[in-house]
Design a protein around this ligand. Structure first.
Ligand code: BGC
Length: 261
């Protein structure tokens, strides 16, 4: 029997108060990992994730930090390391879409904030985690990008730029770390039903438009991303590094090209 076993592993999931991060934390815990549930503002949601995990007999703790601040990110990694007694799985999940605005009509401060959270945050966490992982010569860093590391998205230039940057950070870090026993991979979710895109899926017209952009014709569930993350974090993925796994129901296969052309 094949088994996905994370027993004995220590994992930090950033932005785990949200739908995607919460599902990832629960799934990694279910596979046996001791998990650190990071949040910035959503303490109630983060506590609920920890309660759900401990109710199932798992191990989890919450940690608060603003990851756009390099000192706070480094402190978080140090705190998690101390509390869990190590860190060998880092899931850089925390992120934001930002406000819809075309370049020129937008606000440079808001643009910078999105890049700070979506690209600098993962970079700060990765660089702090690497020094711990290098010592033990084992570790996996999983960056949650998006189909928008590939697909341009009108009104979200900061988001697409940050996610494309995070993809290249993944590859470069993987290249730097492969001989140290550390794998670095990205997961690119498509449209996963969480609060981030509630305005889209709560409106029947925009939901129909979105579903037409997905070959499978439906949005994804957070657990469908979490399962992919658990696989990549495990030894089942021992030969996978420096690449992006799209988990998008076929958004990247241009379903609109089923006709015409
Ligand atoms: C965004 C969602 C969006 C999805 C598909 C994700 O990266 O966070 O808001 O629905 O991409 O466009």
């Amino acid at each position: 029997m094949i088994s996905l076993d994370l027993q004995g592993h220590k994992a930090l999931i950033t932005g785990a108060s949200g739908g995607l991060g919460g599902a990832i934390a629960k799934t990694l815990a279910k596979a046996g990992a001791h998990v650190a549930v990071h949040y910035r503002k959503g303490q109630i949601e983060a506590d609920a994730v920890v309660s759900a995990i401990t109710a199932q007999g798992g191990l989890a703790h919450t940690f608060q930090a603003d990851l756009s601040d390099p000192k706070a990110a480094a402190q978080l990694i140090q705190d998690v390391e101390a509390a869990l007694g190590g860190l060998d799985i880092l899931v850089n999940n925390a992120g934001m879409d930002g406000v819809h605005a075309l370049v020129g009509d937008d606000n440079p401060d808001l643009w910078e904030k999105v890049v700070a959270v979506d690209l600098f945050g993962p970079y700060y966490c990765a660089r702090a985690a690497l020094s711990h992982m290098e010592k033990s010569q084992r570790g996996v860093i999983i960056n949650i990008t998006s189909v928008h590391e590939f697909i341009p998205w009108e009104g979200y230039s900061a988001y697409t730029s940050a996610k494309a940057g995070l993809s290249m950070l993944t590859k470069t870090l993987a290249q730097e770390s492969a001989d140290k026993g550390i794998r670095v991979v990205a997961v690119a979710p498509g449209a996963i039903q969480t609060s981030i895109n509630r305005p889209v899926w709560s409106n029947p017209e925009s939901l129909k438009d979105l579903n037409e952009k997905i070959a499978m014709g439906r949005m994804g569930k957070p657990e469908e991303i979490a399962n992919a993350v658990a696989f990549l974090a495990s030894d089942l993925a021992s030969y996978i590094t420096g690449t992006t796994l799209a988990v998008d129901g076929g958004m990247l296969i241009y379903p609109e090209f089923r006709h015409g052309g």
